[in-house]
Design a protein around this ligand. Structure first.
Ligand SMILES: [Cu+2]
Length: 257
């Protein structure tokens, strides 16, 4: 903790901590590959866990997802039946297998169960998606699923090189959100130690049209989380609590070799 906090009185410190958004909680939806080819074969595995990607944990337990599906060349398919409970970091997570039958872009999407974060007194719902290029065909990568909060990619979200700029539009109920806050995290494979807190979760703001941009400096999976505070709903004790509704997208970048 930075020294500055030490001089704050306890009530101010508690207030300051309460005001901090739930930095770093990220719903992961990671496919075994983002580009399915004849060589990879049509089988895909998707790993779902609620965690802190850059810090490699801790993992939070997932409740049973509300929605899980894929929007692609075969239409909008409900994949809830394919979800298998598993474990990540000792906590409940999920996995699903999918077989690419028809060439085209596959937008996998997830509406997780609301997660109650007692430390912040907030309900968290991270609507998450990832786009997989299924055997070419390249149509549909920018199709909106219609999630309550969603990032519409302006950059095709696969086949990206390290250093590429990713651009997207933050949408709430289909409408752009001016100046929306977007958290960015790299899914750490253990090869990077953030020098200080600000490097764990980076924060960018969309412009007046809801458009944001970020240049991805390292190979691997990058998560973008547009966070919107929605009006309160009854919490676990029945009292109204704020809702952090996130629209997330994961993209993978590779080094030019
Ligand atoms: Cu967190």
């Amino acid at each position: 903790m930075p020294r500055r906090f030490a001089v704050l009185g306890l009530p101010t410190l508690v207030a300051a901590l309460a005001a901090t958004p739930t930095l770093g909680h990220f719903q992961e939806l990671i496919p075994s590959t983002d580009i399915v080819t004849q060589a990879t074969g049509p089988a895909l595995r998707l790993d779902l866990s609620f965690t802190h990607p850059m810090e490699r944990g801790p993992v939070m337990p997932m409740g049973e997802p509300v929605r899980f599906g894929v929007l692609g060349p075969d239409g909008d398919q409900d994949l809830k039946g394919a979800l298998k409970p598993t474990e990540a970091g000792g906590q409940r997570a999920y996995q699903a297998d999918y077989w690419v039958r028809t060439p085209g872009d596959h937008v996998f999407y997830l509406e997780p169960a609301p997660y109650w974060e007692p430390a912040e007194g907030v309900l968290i719902i991270h609507y998450t998606k990832v786009v997989v290029d299924g055997l070419g065909g390249g149509e549909g990568w920018d199709a909106d699923v219609g999630l309550p909060v969603e990032i519409s990619p302006l950059t095709r979200p696969y086949g990206l090189w390290t250093g590429n700029l990713f651009r997207g539009i933050v949408k709430r109920k289909g409408q752009p959100v001016p100046f929306a806050e977007v958290e960015v995290e790299w899914r750490n494979d253990g090869s990077v130690t953030p020098p200080s807190d600000p490097y764990v979760t980076q924060v960018i703001r969309a412009d007046g049209n809801g458009v944001f941009a970020y240049a991805m400096p390292r190979a691997g999976w990058w998560g973008f989380a547009a966070l919107i505070t929605e009006s309160p709903v009854p919490g676990p004790e029945g009292r109204p609590v704020p809702v952090e509704a996130g629209g997330l997208i994961w993209v993978q970048v590779r080094d030019m070799k």
